[in-house]
Ligand binder design. Sequence first.
Ligand code: NAD
Length: 355
Amino acid sequence: MMARFLVTGGAGFIGSAVVRHLIEDTPHEVCVLDKLTYAGNLDNLEPVAKNPRYRFKQVDICDRAAVATLIASYQPRIIMHLAAESHVDRSIDGPAAFIETNLVGTFTLLEAARCFWQDLPGEEKAAFRFHHVSTDEVFGSLGADGFFQETTAYQPNSPYSASKAGSDHLVRAWGHTYGLPTVTSNCSNNYGPYHFPEKLIPLMILNALEGKPLPVYGNGQNIRDWLYVEDHARALVAIALAGRPGESYNVGGWNERANIDVVQAVCALVDEMAPDAAIGPREKLITFVTDRPGHDARYAIDATKIKQDLGWTPRETFETGLRKTVRWYLDHPEWWQRIRSGLYRGERLGALGGE
Ligand code: NAD
């Protein structure tokens, strides 16, 4: 049966993958609510822009009146909340925007959703879902062993993860106190097409292609658990439609890799797909730089619950997903050149390379 989704942050990396999946592979309707910050890009939604089941509204989630008006006019069955400030390095340099969007914005959206939901007739009230999309970084850092489970205690270490942890708690409280049917998911690091080129994997692909230095934090031994973004998009839709209210679901692809191994794998793929004699082997471009303050050592997700309860499993291995990703960046220079030129939204990108 067709459901109507309101997707906040739908012009970003993961949100746009969800919207493309919903429009291209399902019968559902989607309205994107997005402020279009530096990370929001309507080019990401261009493949679905003309579909009559898709619409877009430029709104800030901190603007209570605008959010309430949009929810009242669109009448969504599902609000999927991805709008956030999402880059750890930016949160260290300027945490204020993270508190404003991730905490105040989530609170504002929850209140607007609650007002709308409490006046719905019985059946629609029970079917309504507020799906909050979060990160595994709320759990802190792991040692050499173990995995993050849904029951793992929260121990956020960066301003970004602290703001996301706070938003998870708000969502939980709105479910517990007011009975709003909420569900939360915590996912590992995503990669794939349309990934903004300040993040580790796209930055490495593009720098390798252009023969520029490949900055790697510290000794490169920090471990992240990688998931192809389209696998995450399918997981999110499954959770929104079939997740149990009050529950949280961990999402991950069982793909732990040290950052240095990720960068070396990117180098090998770029060498294979775009050999350049003037540049030579890309591995020699790797440059170790001063570590990020408070850099978490290891993230790893136990995704057993979503597999058992909702039947979701990733389709891509890290090897197949990374190959597709490098191919996509090679085939879509028009997408990243507009950002890379430094003219995108008047912002010039620094040499950030965090995941
Ligand atoms: P992104 O930075 O690519 O996109 C964020 C989007 O939110 C952008 O379109 C931006 O314009 C929009 N936005 C920001 N502030 C807003 C505001 N005040 N009002 C309305 N829209 C606003 O982020 P992403 O990587 O796609 O992440 C999406 C969500 O998933 C975030 O909540 C993030 O915490 C979470 N997450 C990300 C990852 C990852 O690896 N990228 C992993 C797990 C969870």
